[in-house]
Design a protein around this ligand. Structure first.
Ligand code: GAL
Length: 431
């Protein structure tokens, strides 16, 4: 599949008609300083919190006189956005800039169709302020090919504080047994215990945190990060992980299937549900609803995972453009993405933390401050791992294969034993 795509992309790039502006091929630039009048950005930030955060970037780019042409493709974790991108590139008409995750960035870089950002990166010394764990996905063949704006982490549980107070549930919950007791108490009270969206990437997001909670950092790395060890995938610990998924299945509401992640967050915000297991982009939804952390809502590490962080960074990749004017506009976008002040104003809204390590945490919430501390500590302790569900554990073919098995199991198509077998087979076949 990937080889076919590479051939199609190469042909598209070679034969694609230069992108015309206003029907006329852009005039050859004189001094090379000309600036395109607009820049198209493809992304999947369509929820309230995501759109509010993206608007911060849009306003900064437009303040420099470049019109932001917005191409949103709804669908969490970018699955649909990457499908649209593939069709755009194959048609020889890639957007100027694209939000992208981890291994997808490296795949596109391998195809030789993304812009080299080295000149700007060297001017601004990005190498000194971006952690190695992120740089692994921002650079290809020694060249900067992506501008990282943030770091999200996935092993979180979000709680409605009032429901927990009313039921005498003390937060944070640190053990699996304590979490199941709390879920049961909520369900017995008539509220929805676990707000969930039954989309494969969301179930995959819960699954990887459960795996981390069952087997700890080493087991997570062996099973959720390439090369992904077959013995570990077939282990009793993986069986226990699927059994815990069955326990969680008993705490979601009847209408969970297909629900968007931010609508699950809304159930916790409105007090219809007590918990959501989701990345800290969910925090962006709570903050946008004017909820106060520690009073109206609480975020804590998925029970059993404290001390580890499963991360993903959102990055912007620029696709090669013939015209210097367009390349200059791409440079403006990348420069704004990496601006330290922007990385504060964007991330406090988004629920993530800055990709840069030289940004103060003053303006972040108590949870944001904790997330920044957790990230630095996990980086030092060797317990910072790429989120599989969000593109940082393995290439997308393997990620999708895991999603398929975990989703089928969650929907009752496999027993836990069958799921263990199916997972190991699917991962091997997708390599
Ligand atoms: C993640 C992405 C976040 C948020 C989330 C839900 O992969 O990094 O920024 O968009 O998906 O779609």
């Amino acid at each position: 599949m990937k080889k076919l795509l590479v051939i199609m992309v190469m042909l598209a790039v070679v034969f694609s008609a230069p992108v015309f502006a206003g029907g006329q091929q852009e005039k050859a630039e004189g001094d090379g300083q000309q600036m395109a009048k607009a820049i198209e950005v493809l992304h999947w930030w369509t929820s309230g919190g995501e759109a509010a955060a993206l608007n911060v970037l849009k306003e900064k780019v437009e303040a420099e006189g470049i019109k932001w042409v917005d191409t949103p493709v709804a669908g969490g974790s970018g699955v649909q956005a990457m499908t649209v991108l593939r069709s755009r590139v194959t048609a020889g008409n890639p957007p100027a800039a694209v939000q992208m995750l981890g291994y997808d960035i490296l795949d596109w870089a391998e195809m030789g169709v993304v812009a080299n950002l080295n000149e700007l990166a060297e001017e601004e010394n990005w190498d000194a302020v971006i952690p190695d764990a992120i740089k692994k996905f921002s650079k290809y063949d020694g060249k900067w090919i992506a501008a990282p704006v943030n770091v999200h982490s996935e092993n979180w549980v979000w709680a409605n504080q009032k429901i927990c107070d009313d039921l005498g549930i003390e937060l944070p919950i640190t053990t699996w047994e304590g979490y199941v007791d709390a879920l049961q108490k909520v369900q017995d009270s008539g509220k929805v215990a676990l707000a969930h969206g039954g989309q494969p990437w969301q179930t995959g997001t819960i699954f990887e945190s459960v795996v981390l909670g069952v087997g700890g950092p080493e087991f997570y790395e062996k099973t959720m990060n390439v090369p992904m060890d077959q013995d570990a995938l077939k282990s009793d610990q993986m069986l226990e992980a699927f059994k815990r998924m069955e326990t969680l299945r008993g705490f979601v509401d009847d209408n969970f299937s297909g629900r968007d992640w931010n609508l699950a967050s809304a159930m916790v915000i409105k007090g219809q549900a007590a918990f959501q297991m989701m990345g800290d982009f969910a925090k962006g939804e709570f903050l946008r609803a004017d909820m106060v952390p520690g009073e109206d809502f609480f975020g804590f590490r998925t029970p059993g995972t404290k001390g580890s962080v499963t991360f993903n960074a959102d990055q912007f990749v620029m696709f090669e453009k013939e015209s210097q004017a367009k390349r200059n506009a791409q440079k403006v976008l990348a420069k704004n993405v990496m601006d330290p002040e922007f990385q504060v104003s964007f991330n406090v809204v988004k629920g993530s933390v800055p990709a840069r390590t030289d940004v103060p945490d003053d303006e972040f919430t108590i949870i944001g401050k904790e997330a920044m501390k957790d990230l630095a500590q996990a980086n030092d302790d060797g317990t910072l791992f790429g989120s599989l569900a969000h593109g940082h554990g393995a290439p997308s073919a393997i990620k999708e294969a895991v999603f398929d098995v975990v989703s089928a199991h969650f929907n009752g198509q496999y027993t836990a034993e069958e799921a263990v077998e199916a997972l190991a087979k699917a991962v091997e076949a997708a390599k």
